[in-house]
Design a protein around this ligand. Structure first.
Ligand code: FAD
Length: 473
């Protein structure tokens, strides 16, 4: 008899019982209560959490044509192993039978799970695919959000498929979801035929035998160098601004539950100080990402070597890094992402109304940081806040679940470590907002008639015949 690998997960669903019915009243002309923009792990986890909260009319859209092209795992992520530890709570949120561990053990056994140090990236992608299918989460692939148009108490969403209306929006749109891939100015001026960003699909076969420059010293830079070398690049040179590769995962100092759970309640000054501390310390590549590249004799690491300028000469890139001139055939920016809602077409119409950290907080001398200042200053439910009170009240109905929430919440939001705290937190906030927005309807419902569970005949036979109030009725 074949074993049902989903038996444990099915049993959990049986034990928790069916999800509550949709309690959010319909409104004329409103298609959705919540639209989740992005069908990656964040969009799927929210779809499940909202269903269990009894919030219906939730739609998940994704611009990617299909599952394989959605999210980062089978696309821009090039590491072999997830960077995050295997034991973190992910989209299962409170239901261990839906976790990666349970999924993996059901297929490979407990010993196999105990033996892995970190999760294979492709296994994580397979698990997320299972999660989506097992829970029946429907994603409308090939549906791009092009513009959010606020109209009174709701939004008109300009989608590639037409216009739809919604009361709430969750931006589950990934690492560049509040800005985009960042190119240092030196690279930005080069022809697109000789440069790429780690966020792009890169034709590594075309780089065979070529001299490739990678700019940046964090994990994605080492990952892309490793893939280029494995694909047969002639030489790969990796240029890092710092005098050494960042090796201190500084955020671990606040990984304990008190700080994790209550981060949003910290005063601005402390959250800012923490963000600055992280920026100064740098984002650390994993040991295996470095080892993968360093294993190749044709890999060369250049420290204290920011790209100052670059130009084309004889079909090659000629770049100035500090006091050296270097030549290469192709350059890849592993330089992360910028934050600027003006750069997102979806948000552009009201981006200037969004309150940023620089609007809200003036750092003391020595703690200035232009990049951190461009992050939105978010409310407790990850909602955008208005720069000018009263100017854009609709912003409170757009919940930001991407790394733009880093300064406000202390984590790269959307990454696995954020899921345990922030998916339930934002779900609760959405529920509260929707409930209070229809208070008149709910108040009537709560005052409504309720059928009695039983008739007095049930206890009539036991009534004391001489006691006051005896008798039936
Ligand atoms: C190279 C790399 C490695 C990473 N490694 C790790 C790791 O090891 N551990 C970890 O926890 N995190 C890691 N991360 C962070 C990672 O992005 C998140 O953990 C995870 O992908 C977040 O899932 P998500 O669903 O929020 O976003 P994504 O997986 O990025 O999905 C966002 C989706 O939104 C869609 N979308 C965007 N804009 C629109 C629009 N306008 N309309 C419709 N759809 C839209 C996109 O098509 C995409 O499918 C890594 C990120 C990168 C880039």
């Amino acid at each position: 008899m074949t074993q049902d690998m989903d038996a444990g997960a099915k049993e959990t669903l049986r034990l928790i019982g069916p999800a509550p019915g949709n309690w959010v009243p319909d409104r004329a002309g409103i298609d959705h209560n919540v639209v989740l923009v992005g069908g990656g792990q964040t969009g799927c986890a929210f779809a499940w959490a909202l269903r269990r909260a009894g919030i219906g009319k939730v739609s998940v859209i994704d611009a990617a044509p299909d599952e394989a092209h959605a999210g980062v795992w089978l696309n821009a992520a090039r590491m072999n192993l997830l960077r995050t530890p295997k034991a973190l709570v992910g989209p299962e949120i409170g239901l261990p039978a839906l976790s990666f561990q349970a999924w993996y053990e059901a297929r490979h056994g407990r010993e196999a799970y105990a033996a892995i140090d970190r999760i294979l990236r492709v296994d994580w992608a397979a698990y997320l695919s299972w999660y989506k299918q097992f829970l029946g989460i429907e994603i409308r692939y090939g549906t791009t959000l092009n513009r959010i148009e606020p109209v009174g108490d709701h939004f008109r969403l300009h989608l590639s498929s037409g216009i739809e209306t919604t009361r709430k929006i969750v931006l589950a749109n990934g690492v560049g979801g509040n800005g985009g891939p960042y190119y240092p100015p030196a690279l930005a001026g080069l022809p697109v035929s000789v440069r790429a960003h780690t966020a792009d699909r890169i034709d590594f076969v075309a780089l065979r035998g070529k001299t490739v420059a990678v700019v940046g010293g964090a994990a994605s830079a080492f990952d892309v160098a490793g893939v280029a070398l494995e694909a047969g690049a002639g030489e790969v040179h990796l240029y890092v601004r710092r005098a050494s590769v960042a090796s201190v995962p500084i955020s671990r100092s606040r990984g304990f539950p008190g700080a994790y759970d209550n981060y949003r309640s910290l005063p601005d000054a402390i959250r800012w100080q923490q963000a600055v501390r992280f920026q100064r310390s740098g984002s650390t590549p994993t040991v295996d990402a470095i080892a993968r590249a360093v294993a190749f004799p044709n890999f060369h690491l250049h420290l204290s070597s920011p790209w100052v300028s670059a130009r084309m000469e004889g079909g090659q890139i000629v770049a100035q890094t500090g006091d050296r001139t270097v030549r290469c055939d192709f350059a890849i920016a592993g330089t992360g992402y910028f934050q600027d809602p003006n750069a997102r077409v979806e948000l552009a119409w009201f981006a200037s109304e969004i309150m940023l950290w620089r609007d809200r907080y003036t750092p003391p001398d020595g703690e200035e940081n232009e990049y951190l200042g461009t992050h939105p200053y978010l409310g407790e439910g990850h909602e955008y806040l208005e720069k000018t009170p009263g100017a854009a009240p609709f912003l409170r109905n757009i919940h930001v679940h991407n790394p733009a929430a880093f300064v406000s919440f202390g984590l790269p939001i959307g990454d696995v470590p954020s899921m345990k705290r922030d998916i339930p937190g934002v779900t609760a906030r959405i529920g509260r907002d929707l409930f209070l927005a229809d208070l008149d309807v709910h108040a009537v419902r709560m005052m409504g008639g309720v059928v009695s569970d039983f008739e007095p005949e049930l206890y009539a036979a036991a009534l004391d015949p001489v006691a006051p109030g005896r008798g039936i009725g």
